[in-house]
Write a protein that binds this ligand. Sequence first.
Ligand SMILES: [Zn+2]
Length: 158
Amino acid sequence: MLNAKEAFCLKEQDIVRKNKMPLITFKFNIPTIPKNSPPISQAFIKALKDFLQFLGKINDNFTIIEQSENVLGPYALILIKFNSKLLKKKAIKFENEHKIGRLFDIDIMDELGRVLNRTKKRKCFLCDNPAIICMRLNKHSQNEVRSFFDEKIKSYLE
Ligand SMILES: [Zn+2]
C-alpha cells in the first residue's frame, strides 16, 4: 500500500512523463489535521493567486492542469516551460518574501520527474531553527504549531 504522499508523487511523475516539462506543486505545509477548513481553502485560493501573479512575471506561458484537494490539503499542479533549477530558486524567493510564505510548500519536479531539493534547510514555523531540528527534538507541541498556522491563515484573510 502506498501512502498518500507516495501516491501523489507518482501522479506528479505521470504528468511530467506525459508532458515532458517541469511541474510545480503549490500547496500548504499544514501541521497536524484537519488538512482543510473554510479558512484554509480561502487562503489557498488567495495565495495561489499571488503565486500565479509572481509566476506570470517569470513566464506567463504556464498551465494549471489540476486544482483540487486530497488528504494532504488543497493543491494546484502547474506545468511551465522553464529551467527547473532557476524555477526552484525563484519559488524559494517567493516563499521568503510572501506574508505567509513559511506556510507554503512549493515543490518543483524537473522534466525527468526528479524533485528538486532546497539547498538551505527550511525554517521552522515558530522559531528560526531549521524545521527538521524542531521536529526531531519535539521542540513545540502540535497544538502550538497548529495554533500558529491557524493564526497566520486568519490574519492573511483579514
Ligand atoms: Zn522551532
